[in-house]
Ligand binder design. Structure first.
Ligand code: IMP
Ligand code: MG
Length: 337
């Protein structure tokens, strides 16, 4: 299994990495492993822009795509997305599945989140209340919803039957996370977090053993963005410029994302705790457009004269964490990796 994990606050371009890996590797499955339709993946496929919330990127390549037991699912949104994909020329028939033990987001969950989610600045999609009911043992599972029956799979059978070790060639999974390390329920800035496990560990919660992990693709942006209620963006025109140049609006709610320089300590922690083997820094072109380069290191802004100086600084630091330069990729917004 390869895992894609966001190292910041979501919106770092996981969809793009998933798209790239699906083109280059022969996966048998793509698994969405956490979160609900609070996520928004923007994918450019055959010249068309698609925004998916529930459905994993594998569907664009005809790979069996599964919404895992670590997720929560809004059936209405699920069917809406299937229609959008079909209308856009992407065939979904026999390609999209839901783990039968995935929990369901109900209308009551959405209503409650819209009413009470303001303090955290949630997406209002019912994510928090659905996870609360899951852990409170009062939730509804996908297998209890009649309309979902044609899509259900049992993950045990999916991964292991007929009896085989998961590492056999017959199962090769790309596990796609949602949100990001800074929004993780345990490691993010609580309570300004989401309600699921956004880490590599979250992928394992879908019936997968630690030994099945091969590569962990960490995805970051060359600056940081965050959407939600806490104050995140410092004073300074430069951050508005970054937001404008990067078109930083949420794919799910359309809210303006707050911007800041990339924080080296947040990044280092995320790399270590997620066991990152390969890293992609997206949106390099945005800082090029505004002509300023900087990171935050040990609570201080460290500016750089050139793009190269910043890349060298970051690469050198990551080398101390065991990441070799050939596994560090700097990428532009619309460029492939
Ligand atoms: P919730 O996940 O809707 O409960 O929202 C909790 C926090 O996570 C809020 O600050 C949201 O803006 C943020 N959030 C949730 N999903 C995403 C995402 O996919 N990208 C970025 N931020 C997200
Ligand atoms: Mg997103």
């Amino acid at each position: 299994m390869d895992v894609i994990v966001d190292l910041q606050y979501g919106d770092c371009g996981k969809g793009k990495v998933a798209h790239f890996l699906c083109q280059n590797e022969k996966y048998t499955h793509v698994l969405r492993y956490n979160g609900g339709c609070n996520a928004g993946h923007t994918i450019f496929h055959k010249g068309k822009k698609f925004i998916t919330h529930h459905i994993p990127a594998g569907v664009f390549f005809g790979v069996r795509s599964i919404i895992g037991s670590g997720c929560v699912l809004d059936p209405k949104q699920f069917f809406r997305e299937i229609k959008i994909l079909e209308d856009g020329g992407v065939s979904t028939k026999g390609k999209i599945f839901i783990a039968e033990n995935t929990h369901v987001i109900t209308n009551a969950h959405k209503g409650e989140d819209k009413q009470k989610g303001g303090k955290i600045g949630t997406t209002g999609r019912g994510n928090g209340p659905a996870y609360r009911d899951k852990y409170g043992r009062t939730g509804v599972r996908a297998r209890d919803v009649k309309r979902l029956k044609p899509y259900l799979v049992n993950l045990y059978k999916e991964w292991y039957t007929p009896a085989r070790p998961l590492r056999s060639r017959r199962v090769k999974i790309l596990a796609e996370g949602a949100q990001g390390f800074g929004l993780d329920i345990d490691w993010g800035d609580y309570p300004y977090v989401t309600s699921s496990h956004c880490t590599t560990a979250g992928a394992l919660l879908n019936g997968l053993p630690p030994s099945s992990i091969r590569n962990v693709w960490g995805v970051a942006k060359i600056y940081e963005t965050y959407v939600g209620s806490k104050k995140f963006q410092p004073k300074g025109e430069v951050f508005d410029k970054i937001g404008d140049a990067g078109e930083e609006y949420g794919a799910t709610t359309g809210r303006r994302r707050q911007c800041n320089w990339m924080n080296m300590q947040t990044l280092e922690r995320a790399i270590q705790m997620n066991g990152v083997t390969d890293i992609v820094f997206n949106k390099i072109d945005v800082l090029r457009t505004i002509g300023e380069w900087a990171v935050i290191d040990k609570n201080k802004v460290v500016p750089f004269k050139t793009e190269k100086a910043m890349k060298d600084f970051v690469s050198k630091r990551l080398k101390t964490l065991g990441l070799s330069p050939r596994r560090i990729h700097f990428s532009e917004s619309k460029e492939n990796i």
